[in-house]
Design a protein around this ligand. Structure first.
Ligand code: GDP
Ligand code: ADP
Length: 192
């Protein structure tokens, strides 16, 4: 079976992680774990949510691509992608839009880009607050050029990306189920 990668992208708080978790839970699609110098949020675990690095260890890895986002480094390794594909022919990865464009340019048709958005960006701050993000981290993030950029679908993805409007999580799930069905993937009961 050909190996494919759902690249889930969009601005902070639009639901990228929620979607990747949904795909793991109901479609057994593993997520590629990426590396970051951002400190862990409450409840985040090293090796599960990210490989948490410092500014020295981050640069010892081999990345397909890496970016700076709101003052921290993020990078995705070929090893992590191979590890996910060894588990399943379909994998997912959560990336900023710059990374998503690089993946489309690097892996071509293996990539299935999903662009997450909401009708009102102001609602994202409320979501991040509810998620438990620190107030200063939210302010830093929302003030960043990367946040502004990721609110919009990049031109380079316009032809391939499937846009998921995640104002209502139930509606977004229905849209995801339809997309998965289009790839011949069937939803199964949560076995975890
Ligand atoms: N290009 C790229 N982006 C990444 C990588 N890992 C995470 N990201 C993105 O970096 C941004 C910030 O991630 P994070 O700090 O977890 O914030 P969140 O989007 O609010 O969950 C998000 O857009 C992530 O999708 C990576 O390896 N490469
Ligand atoms: N449709 C939705 N309506 C309200 N809250 C949502 C919705 N989708 C996700 N969330 C919540 O919003 C927060 C941000 O979602 P998350 O998946 O972490 O976003 P991202 O990974 O894009 O930053 C989480 O607390 C999540 O549970």
């Amino acid at each position: 079976m050909p190996q494919r990668l759902f690249v889930i992208t969009g601005a902070t708080g639009t639901g990228k992680t929620t979607v990747s978790q949904y795909l793991t839970k109901y479609y057994q699609i593993p997520r590629v774990i990426t590396h970051t110098t951002r400190p862990p949020r409450v409840g985040e675990e090293n090796g599960v949510d990210y490989y948490f690095e410092n500014e020295v260890s981050f640069f010892t890895k081999h990345y397909i691509e890496s970016v700076r986002y709101a003052d921290y480094y993020y990078g995705s390794s070929r090893e992590a992608l191979t590890a996910a594909w060894e588990k399943c022919a379909y994998a997912s990865i959560v990336l900023d839009t710059k990374g998503a464009v690089t993946y489309v340019q690097t892996l071509g048709a293996q990539v299935i880009p999903l662009f997450m958005t909401v009708e009102r960006p102001a609602s994202l701050v409320t979501r991040l607050t509810k998620r438990g993000d620190q107030r200063e981290m939210i302010a830093q993030r929302v003030a960043s050029a990367e946040y502004e950029r990721d609110l919009r679908l990049p031109t380079a993805l316009a032809d391939q990306a499937q846009v998921i409007v995640n104002d209502d999580w139930l509606a977004a799930q229905r849209q995801l189920d339809q997309i998965m069905q289009n790839y011949g993937l069937t939803k199964s009961a949560d076995l975890i």
